[in-house]
Design a protein around this ligand. Structure first.
Ligand SMILES: [Zn+2]
Length: 120
């Protein structure tokens, strides 16, 4: 079980950039339920909005919510960071558009990609 962690949106962006580089489309989050690692690019590939990255498992957009399927066997699962078991990361969003500071729930960032082995 992943521990709850509270951080600001700016801290999340800084940490993601350190792990994955400046291209936010490659920032990857790990589903705390099934372990699937997905970036915004994976959500686009699943024909949905990249804005879902870190909020739900990519499986939700690949058929895991299809009630006609008895047992989903595709990639990912139906987990959501905003479900009954939230987070585990709590991201504090700055005030915007007249809205006060508020928290949103997020999957944890995935581990940094392992650099390709340098041949000697
Ligand atoms: Zn999942």
């Amino acid at each position: 079980m992943d521990a709850h962690r509270k951080l600001t949106y700016a801290q999340l962006c800084t940490e993601a950039e350190e792990r994955f580089g400046a291209d936010a489309m490659t920032w990857a989050f790990r589903c705390p339920h099934c372990g699937d690692v997905a970036s915004a690019n994976d959500f686009i590939a699943a024909n949905t909005s990249p804005n879902f990255v870190g909020l739900v498992c990519v499986g939700r957009h690949l058929g895991a919510l299809d009630r006609n399927v008895k047992k989903y066997t595709g990639r990912g699962c139906d987990w959501s960071a905003g479900g009954l078991i939230r987070g585990p990361w709590e991201v504090v969003m700055p005030p915007r558009d007249g809205l006060p500071e508020r928290s949103v729930w997020s999957f944890p960032l995935a581990d940094a990609p392992v650099p390709a082995e340098v041949s000697a």
